[in-house]
Design a protein around this ligand. Structure first.
Ligand code: ACO
Length: 448
């Protein structure tokens, strides 16, 4: 099979959200801390009737319906998530209900978990399957679904929620350049979830930022080396049209792109102009940790990067800025923003993708885009995802109500024998929701 990649996409996120400027005010932090300091506009969260399983069910059924895919045509389904609902039973098995009802139980794949990286692992598994000798000619389906919630404190405004479903197969408008990809994996305690009684992570915010940037450097250098070895010519940022990043919050995306600009200066890439060399050259002698902590370097590189940021990064930031961190779905929601904003003009463009999961696992890979045909075209994918409409149809919560909900969810976490509120008025028709959890912890869902 040729040009294996993403044929179709759907995104789903809860209609419930809170504005970051209102949250700033409520939390009593300085004005601009979340909106400018973190670069976030709004944060989505699951109300008590939604969770990662219901969001997955909604995204998958909507994708199958809107792209007219017979459920029997799915041969592999992989789920990426770091939201633990059950320590044994995979989220994938909950989603099987859709396929069983159509007589298809022959579907490989389970869940992949490592912080925000699970979606990428799931995606690679599906792409590799289609490219392998065990491929049976059917489609792969990837589901990234997460609900990111943090304890009260500085990390809370970096929460978010959402799910992305992607159909995988040959002759895709979004094709993998599978030969060019580089990973960086190591052992770190930057963000982890050791307390099984709580949904909240333990997080060392500063360390997680440094780990993210170090992994980015390592993956980018690795990517360049592999490209150069295979293509016999140098790779630099000028060779890519767009950059999409895992987006815990937008400020880190701004810093990441600036870091890549600095990396090109440090590696003396031929595409780097004189003015960039002049402004950033002085910092190339900084060693290791020093270069990640240096504020002058950070400022100077962000300034040099700004015009390219607006062109190559900004189109892929809308959804993460509006929803917050969707963990495994974050990178793919950022990519969905790019398709939403640029649609068919992406024909013939290369998009760099950077996936990061704390703990830590990271990969940089690239996609080559073509307009495609009919249902499987960039134009149609943008139309189906209908991002603008979904964003507009949301209901804003007051911060008091949001905090109250967080308390309810804390009580419920890992619990049994409860019925959720019957209020589904905020959900769009076709949305799945949690109705109750019985005395044996079994979960029940219904479709609105
Ligand atoms: N106006 C404008 N900017 C402001 C204001 C203000 N009033 N107040 C603060 N800021 C800026 C700060 O200068 C800082 O900017 P900088 O990063 O350019 O220095 C930024 O806002 C953040 O403020 P800090 O005080 O540095 O950090 P804070 O204590 O608020 O914590 C953090 C931020 C660490 C991101 C926290 O929210 C967190 O731990 N989040 C979860 C971890 C995370 O997302 N890590 C990313 C990778 S791992 C993953 O994906 C989960």
């Amino acid at each position: 099979p040729q040009n294996v990649g993403i044929l179709a996409m759907e995104i789903y996120f809860p209609p419930t959200c809170i504005q970051q400027d209102i949250l700033e005010n409520f939390d009593g932090v300085s004005k601009g801390k979340y909106t400018i300091g973190l670069g976030q506009d709004c944060m989505a969260f699951c109300s008590e009737v939604e969770d990662v399983i219901s969001m997955g069910l909604t995204a998958v059924t909507s994708l199958l319906e809107k792209y007219k895919i017979d459920p029997k045509q799915i041969g592999r389904m992989e789920v990426g998530s770091e939201t633990v609902i059950d320590k044994s039973k995979s989220i994938k098995t909950f989603l099987m209900k859709i396929f069983e009802d159509c007589g298809n139980t022959d579907i490989e794949g389970v869940d992949s978990t490592n912080a925000c990286y699970g979606g990428t692992a799931a995606l690679f598994n599906c792409v590799n399957w289609v490219e392998s000798s065990s491929w049976d000619g059917r489609y792969g389906l990837v589901v990234s679904t997460d609900s990111a919630v943090y304890a009260e404190g500085p990390a809370r405004p970096t929460g978010g929620a959402g799910a992305v479903a992607m159909l995988i197969g040959p002759d895709a408008p979004i094709a993998f350049e599978s030969k060019f990809r580089a990973s960086h994996m190591s052992h770190a305690y930057d963000f982890y979830k050791p307390d099984l009684a709580s949904e909240y992570p333990v997080v060392d915010g500063k360390l997680s930022q440094t780990c993210y940037l170090m992994a980015l450097d390592s993956c980018y250098l690795g990517y360049c080396q592999k490209y150069e070895k295979l293509q016999g010519k140098q790779f630099s940022m000028a060779d890519a049209d767009y950059f999409v990043f895992h987006s815990p919050y937008n400020k880190l995306v701004q810093k990441s792109f600036a870091r890549l600009v600095f990396d090109d200066v440090a590696r003396n890439a031929s595409s780097v102009d004189e003015s960039a060399k002049e402004k950033l050259g002085q910092f190339t002698s900084l060693k290791g940790d020093e270069s990640y902590q240096n504020r002058d370097l950070e400022k100077a590189s962000q300034q040099v990067a700004k015009p390219d940021y607006d062109k190559k990064v900004q189109p892929g930031t809308l959804v993460p800025k509006q929803l917050g961190n969707m963990y495994t779905a974050s990178l793919y929601a950022a990519f969905a923003s790019l398709i939403h904003n640029k649609t068919s003009s992406l024909d013939g463009k290369r998009v760099m993708m950077f996936s990061y999961g704390s703990g830590l696992t990271a990969t940089m890979f690239s996609l080559y885009l073509t307009e495609g045909k009919s249902l499987f075209s960039l134009t149609n994918i943008a139309k189906v995802m209908n991002v603008e409409h979904k964003l507009k149809e949301r209901t804003e919560f007051a911060p008091e109500k949001f905090v109250e909900l967080m308390h309810v969810m804390e009580q419920r976490y890992g619990g049994k024998d409860y019925v959720t509120s019957k209020d589904t008025s905020q959900l769009a028709p076709g949305t799945y929701y949690l109705t109750h959890v019985d005395s044996k912890y079994r979960r029940y869902y219904a479709k609105k």
